[in-house]
Design a protein. Structure first.
Ligand SMILES: [Fe+2]
Length: 295
C-alpha cells in the first residue's frame, strides 16, 4: 500500500534529534566553560536546562496519569456507566512492551464498563499494532474503536482487522446502544476528519468517539459529548503559557480537557504516546476515565 504524506516527516524527526543533541552538547560546553571561568551561574543555568531536557526525554513520556471526570446526562441519574478512553499510543519499532502492559494494567484497575480506543494506534507502520494486544485484553462489557490519521498512513484495514480479531468493535460512522445493568448509552463513532470520511451521527447520540477535536467543526450544536485525543495536549507545555502548538484547526483552543466548541462539548485526552519530538514536558500521558450518569 502507498504511504501517504506524513504529518511529521522522518526528516523532521532526524532534524529534531540533531537539534536536541546539539543543544545538549552546547549546554555541556557552557557548563564546563562556566566552571572553568568561575561564572557559576552559567553552569547552574546550563545544568538546569540539561536536567529538564533529560527529564522531558526519558522520564516524562513514561509517567502515565489518569484523569477522572463525571457527567450526568440526566437530572437525577439512577445509573452510572464507567468509560475509559485510551488514545494515541503510536506504537512503533521502539515501543516498550512494559509500558503498554502498564497502560493496560492502569486501565484494568478502573473496571470500565465501556472501553473506547480513540485511534492513532501506530506511528507509521500498521504491523506495529501487534504491540497493543494487552490493551485489547482490558475487561469491559463494550470495547469500541475508531482509527486516527496515523492509522491511515500504511494499511488501515490491517489495523482494523487485528483489533477486530482481538474482540474490539470498529464503530466508525456507526451508532449503537450500549445496555448495561438497566441503563442505555447511545454511542457513535466518527471517522477521522483528516484521512477518513465522516458520516454524521443522528441527533440522539449521547457519546461520540472521535479521533480529533476537529470533528466538532462538522457537528451540530448540542450534539452528544465528544471524546477524542489526537492533540497530545501539545506534548510540550510552558508554565503560564500552555502548549506551544496543536495539530488542530482549532489551535490552542482544543489542547486538552473539557472544551465547548461552537456549542459542542468535548473531552480531549492528552493521549499516551509521542509524535515527532520524543518528549513531553508538563504534559504527561493520560488515560481518561469518565462516569456517565443515566436514567
Ligand atoms: Fe492523530
Amino acid at each position: 500500500m502507498k504511504r501517504l504524506n506524513l504529518e511529521i516527516s522522518l526528516e523532521t524527526v532526524i532534524l529534531f534529534d540533531l537539534t536536541l543533541s546539539f543543544l545538549a552538547v552546547l549546554g555541556l560546553v557552557f557548563l564546563i566553560y562556566g566552571l572553568i571561568t568561575g561564572h557559576k551561574w552559567i553552569s547552574y543555568a546550563m545544568l538546569a536546562c540539561e536536567c529538564i531536557l533529560l527529564y522531558a526525554i526519558f522520564v516524562a513520556p513514561k509517567r502515565i496519569t489518569i484523569s477522572k471526570y463525571k457527567e450526568a446526562l440526566t437530572k437525577y441519574p439512577k445509573h452510572w456507566i464507567r468509560v475509559v478512553l485510551i488514545a494515541d499510543i503510536h506504537a512503533n519499532k521502539k515501543t516498550d512492551q512494559a509500558r503498554v502492559d502498564k497502560i493496560a494494567e492502569r486501565a484494568k484497575g478502573l473496571n470500565p464498563d465501556v472501553l473506547l480506543l480513540g485511534g492513532d494506534f501506530v506511528l507509521w507502520n500498521s504491523e506495529d499494532v501487534a504491540w497493543l494486544k494487552p490493551i485489547s485484553q482490558i475487561k469491559a462489557a463494550g470495547k469500541y474503536f475508531v482509527l486516527g490519521n496515523h492509522d491511515y498512513l500504511d494499511d488501515p484495514q490491517k489495523i482494523s482487522d487485528q483489533l477486530k480479531e482481538w474482540g474490539l468493535v470498529n464503530i466508525t460512522n456507526t451508532g449503537l446502544s450500549f445496555r448495561h445493568e438497566g441503563a442505555e448509552l447511545r454511542i457513535y463513532g466518527l471517522d477521522d476528519t483528516q484521512m477518513g470520511l465522516s458520516i454524521l451521527p443522528s441527533a440522539d447520540a449521547q457519546l461520540i468517539l472521535a479521533h480529533s477535536p476537529d470533528s466538532a467543526l462538522c457537528l451540530k450544536e448540542g450534539s452528544g459529548l465528544v471524546l477524542c485525543g489526537h492533540t497530545h495536549g501539545g506534548q510540550i507545555r510552558l508554565p503560564l503559557f500552555g502548549c506551544i502548538s496543536i495539530p488542530s484547526k482549532l489551535g490552542r483552543r482544543a489542547d486538552q480537557g473539557t472544551k465547548i466548541i461552537d456549542g459542542v462539548k468535548l473531552l480531549i485526552s492528552r493521549g499516551l504516546g509521542v509524535v515527532g519530538p520524543p518528549v513531553r514536558l508538563l504534559c504527561p500521558p493520560e488515560i481518561l476515565f469518565l462516569e456517565i450518569g443515566l436514567d
